[in-house]
Design a protein around this ligand. Structure first.
Ligand SMILES: [Zn+2]
Ligand SMILES: [Zn+2]
Length: 331
């Protein structure tokens, strides 16, 4: 089975050579080079939704993490300390007062509801939530404001790489819309497991958007490895969470995109430093995928897939995950 792709090669000289990025910074590591070396394309906000401080099990002050991420060019940071019945001295304190409006960087309140069988991030919440089952955590954290806006969201953290969750644990949940597909803090030795679960859920027509996060517990080593880029209309918590709720974001470990969106009936991907693009999804003939060596590519939605998503990688082990486009409901 074949899918028809139309795609656009870029002349090689337009691809940013890796050595040139190397030459503009001496930060000393591949991920850091990309983190510092490529400017955020217009309209995108860089943020991390999963970070810890010394209010739970990290040594650094929230102020230190915020300053560190600001220095790396982040636009927003969620400090999501653990709340756990096992460790009652842990707390998650509001961080929004750290926001630096002059620098254009927001701190958004959060919490990692830490149960024995699941860790779930509540983002934008204004009070601590005692952790429970996955469903209890999602229901407690997901709330829409009376005006119809999005005031909070919740994502499942490291669902396989630490919590060993399966499709069976997740398929009947209510308010389950977001999950980590790359947690840089827990994936050592289990790389790709969270992403594989996401794919399984998508193939079953579960409409789930994917996050990448640091799950940072150490200021110097953990921060800056995995994050999301959000296409928000303004630098406010409401605009950022609203854009995330609409799927207007992508997850990344260093591959940066100019765009990944539906244009003229196509899922169009244009990367800055990607080298390979893989489209995948399910259509009436079954699962499909196609790999291309290109910086930019398009998938024609007139193939009428149930869903299609794109993963962009480069030869430096960096990845960007576009959010899936859900085109038709499965019969
Ligand atoms: Zn966790
Ligand atoms: Zn965590």
């Amino acid at each position: 089975m074949f899918c028809i792709f139309s795609w656009t090669f870029q002349p090689p000289e337009e691809i940013i050579p890796y050595k040139d990025i190397d030459s503009v910074t001496d930060a000393g590591g591949v991920n850091i080079l990309y983190a510092f070396g490529i400017e955020t394309p217009p309209g995108w906000l860089r943020g991390n939704t999963h970070t810890h401080s010394n209010k739970s099990d990290c040594k650094s002050e929230p102020e230190e993490f915020f300053a560190h991420c600001k220095s790396m060019g982040y636009d927003f940071l969620v400090i999501s300390d653990h709340i756990s019945t096992e460790f009652p001295h842990w707390k998650s304190e509001p961080c929004h007062d750290l926001s630096d409006t002059d620098a254009g960087m927001l701190c958004i309140d959060g919490e990692e509801m830490t149960s024995t069988d699941n860790h779930t991030n509540g983002i934008g919440i204004d009070q601590n939530i005692l952790p429970g089952t996955i469903q209890e955590n999602l229901s407690a954290a997901v709330d829409t404001d009376p005006s119809g806006g999005i005031s909070t969201i919740a994502h499942l953290n490291h669902p396989v790489s630490q919590s060993l969750l399966t499709v069976g644990n997740l398929s009947s949940l209510v308010d389950f819309k977001f999950m980590e597909i790359c947690n840089a803090g827990t994936e050592t030795g289990n790389a790709g497991a969270d992403e594989a679960l996401w794919k399984e859920l998508l193939d079953e027509q579960k409409k789930i958007y994917g996050f990448a996060s640091d799950d940072a517990h150490d200021l110097s080593e953990d921060a800056g490895r995995a994050w999301i880029m959000v296409k928000a209309t303004s630098r406010t918590k409401e605009a950022i969470l609203g854009a995330i709720d609409q799927g207007h974001f992508y997850a990344t470990t260093g591959v940066m995109l100019n765009h990944c969106e539906v244009r003229n009936g196509k899922l169009s991907v244009d990367s800055i430093n990607g080298e390979h693009i893989k489209f995948m999804g399910v259509d009436p003939q079954g699962p499909f995928s196609g790999d291309y060596t290109a910086r930019s590519a398009e998938y024609n939605l007139d193939r009428n897939p149930y869903y299609v998503s794109a993963v962009i990688t480069n030869d430096h082990d960096e990845t960007a995950w576009c959010q899936p486009v859900f085109v038709n409901d499965m019969p």
